[in-house]
Ligand binder design. Structure first.
Ligand code: SF4
Length: 402
């Protein structure tokens, strides 16, 4: 039986996609090995006419070893018409390959190509703002095992991005690609990460007018979060990654020794108390530790009033985990359905902000396609619709430059 759009998204994250040489990718967004390396796949949009949104965006793995033996391959390409074919049963799914925007090749006033400052990940702009995460310079290295930031920042992307570089790139992305949300991250910077990011937030809010998300290591001085909220930050996310302390210490040795896992939850709880419901998220990786832990992490995050963002583990080339197996579809489908159910249980207004489709994860509202159609489902979907409509003026206001 053919998969629905979310099931296809999940299966593609688990299996990847083969790209036959005779299928032209002219004009498509190039594979971009930036930030932690999770965007190292092909950006696609899967039609999803039954959702509040019309498409599901994803960054499908194409270069990793598991993707080379995927049952899926890309076909077509004439007149930019593409389909994904499942060789197991010849199912065929029409997809769109979003075009690379002209501003990628444009230079900032400091002569830096804009694609070396920020890249589109789905409909959002992702910018790694700070210097290389400090866990990469420890001896021995203390980086998270799935991450390739240390190999990307300064190589495939600019090592130093000035506030002007960032503002100019944000402007181009807003005006020409209709971007509404920029996601700023920066790895571990000791106790100075939040301080360092403040001038970028200030300039983007005042000069560009975008929704701004910040994803940095948690810091113990919580007043720094108040300062960023005062500057206009719209979203904080905390990369918890793994719930079990032993798995956390094994896969994220730097985070475990520098912060300890409890600080991630404490900072997330604090920010959730400062901001509107749904403005904070906790990010976890599914497919590394046993699934029961992932389900529990989802429940704990949602109970705080934050929404869970669940990343399906990708054994990214060049990472310490590149030889690990990709996760199983059946488990990941179960996890994503659980994610939606947890959001529903806690009345989290997922999908309320305009035009935020992150391609690196299964967005919580993508997983509506996995949900059981019971009475609770219809009540929650009505609530989400109301949150979108009622919240629109506030989001418009927050996207005005000063
Ligand atoms: S904290 Fe971990 S995931 Fe984040 S940049 Fe550093 S090594 Fe990578």
């Amino acid at each position: 039986m053919p998969l629905n759009a979310c099931e296809l998204e999940v299966d593609l994250f688990c299996h990847g996609l083969r790209l036959p040489e005779d299928v032209p990718l002219t004009g498509a967004r190039g594979v971009s090995r930036t930030r932690a390396g999770l965007g190292s796949g092909l950006e696609i949009a899967i039609p999803a006419p039954s959702l509040a949104k019309s498409e599901i965006w994803m960054n499908v793995p194409v270069v990793e070893r598991f993707a080379q033996i995927s049952p899926y391959h890309l076909s077509g390409g004439r007149a930019r018409q593409y389909a994904i074919v499942d060789d197991r049963d010849d199912s065929r799914y029409e997809v769109r390959l979003p075009e690379e925007p002209p501003w990628y090749e444009r230079l900032t006033s400091r002569d830096v190509p804009m694609h070396r400052v920020g890249v589109l990940q789905g409909t959002c702009l992702g910018i790694y703002v700070n210097p290389v995460c400090a866990f990469w310079s420890y001896s021995p290295r203390r980086n998270c095992q799935f991450c390739t930031t240390g190999a990307n920042v300064g190589v495939s992307e600019q090592a130093v991005k000035t506030v002007d570089d960032v503002v100019e790139t944000c402007w181009a992305a807003k005006q020409e690609s209709g971007v509404t949300f920029v996601h700023l991250n920066g790895g571990f910077q000791g106790s100075r990460g939040l301080e360092c990011i403040a001038p970028y937030v200030d300039a983007i809010k005042k000069d560009v007018g975008l929704l701004v998300g910040v994803q940095l290591s948690p810091e113990r001085e919580f007043r720094r979060y108040d300062e960023l909220v005062a500057l206009g930050v719209d979203h904080f996310s905390f990369c918890i990654e793994l719930l079990d302390p032993e798995w956390f210490a094994r896969i994220c040795p730097g985070k475990a020794s520098a912060h300890g896992q409890a600080l991630y939850f404490d900072a997330m709880r604090y920010c959730a108390s400062l901001m509107p419901k749904g403005a904070v998220s906790g990010e976890i990786i599914a497919g590394i530790e046993p699934m029961a832990n992932t389900l529990r992490a989802i429940d704990e995050i949602a109970a705080i009033g934050a929404f869970p963002t669940v990343c399906i583990f990708r054994p990214t080339i060049g990472s310490d985990m590149e030889d690990w197996p990709a996760p199983e579809y059946a488990e990941m489908r179960h996890v994503m359905r659980h994610m939606y159910e947890a959001c529903k249980r806690h009345w989290l207004p997922i999908g309320a902000a305009p035009n935020i489709e992150v391609s690196l994860v299964v967005n919580p509202d993508d997983a509506v396609l996995l949900a059981e159609r019971d009475a609770g489902y219809y009540w929650y979907e009505a609530y989400r619709w109301l949150a979108r409509v009622a919240g629109a003026p506030a989001f418009r206001h927050r996207m005005r430059a000063a």
